[in-house]
Design a binder for this molecule. Structure first.
Ligand code: MD3
Ligand code: FE
Length: 249
């Protein structure tokens, strides 16, 4: 903890209750109900993080991030990124998406759903890379494997508005997220849209586990910080989210 103070000048005021999460052999902190990344500035202090929110800062080191990026590039060659549209209005999102795994999250004017084929190529989604299956087994603490892994690509202007993920019948299974590339300003609220929110910066290599109550909380991405990572040669951010969907019919 001394290094933490020296490097960042941020000392948790409830120091005595710091729980060093050595779970999974990686560093994460939970102070009371406030989870913490050593490199994360605590914005909006006083917000209680929902139960089940776990941030594993720097879970993937640079070589592991490069390996993961290589798998993502291979996947999007076969299953190109597309711009999902909002149901009803047909308005495109700024985030571009694709998927790994037996199922993928797609949108149309009719609504959102999970489907086994890419909406443009009509081919099955590329298989989930082993390193992501291993991550799931390491951190999810859930008996079933993920059925879908959404690939989100943000250019420097992309955003993701506040929403809840509610298209999975397996609503209690956790979601496991991996960030790659430029930093993002992530916003986490509560179960109701008007609940107070807290902002966290997500860095390349960070993993977030959304279980328990956190799984049902509003969240979004307010901004991407350009040129904050050298991982993606053309910049931007990739976020991977593994999900258990439940029975698809
Ligand atoms: C908190 N993705 O794909 S990942 C999404 O950075 C999504 O691309 C964001 O929201 C991104 O649906 C955030 C972290 C995350 C994922 C799912 C959550 C946070 C969550 C579900 C409930 C609460
Ligand atoms: Fe989401």
């Amino acid at each position: 903890m001394a290094g933490f103070r020296a490097n960042h000048g941020i000392l948790p005021h409830r120091y005595g209750r710091t729980e060093h999460l050595e779970l999974y052999g990686k560093k994460a902190y939970r102070i009371g109900s406030q989870a913490f990344a050593p490199h994360n500035h605590m914005m909006n202090t006083g917000f209680q993080l929902p139960d089940g929110f776990l941030l594993l800062p720097g879970y993937f080191d640079r070589p592991a991030q490069e390996d993961l990026l290589y798998r993502v590039r291979k996947a999007v060659q076969a299953a190109p990124l597309y711009r999902p549209v909002m149901p009803r209005t047909g308005k495109p999102l700024s985030v571009r998406m694709s998927n790994f795994g037996p199922l993928g999250w797609i949108t149309s004017k009719e609504g959102y759903r999970y489907a086994p084929h890419h909406p443009r190529t009509n081919k099955p989604w590329p298989p989930l890379p082993d390193c992501l299956a291993v991550l799931w087994d390491d951190v999810a603490n859930w008996p079933d494997p993920p059925q879908a892994c959404l690939i989100n690509y943000y250019d420097e202007k992309a955003r993701l508005g506040l929403h809840v993920d509610a298209d999975e019948k397996a609503a209690n299974a956790p979601i496991v997220s991996v960030s790659l590339g430029d930093q993002a300003l992530f916003r986490l609220g509560g179960p109701r849209r008007n609940d107070p929110t807290r902002s966290l910066r997500l860095f390349s290599g960070d993993v977030v586990v959304l279980g328990g109550a956190a799984r049902h909380c509003y969240h979004g991405v307010d901004r991407i910080y350009p040129n904050t990572s050298t991982l993606l040669s053309k910049g931007g951010r990739i976020n991977l989210t593994m999900r258990v969907v439940g029975r698809n019919i």
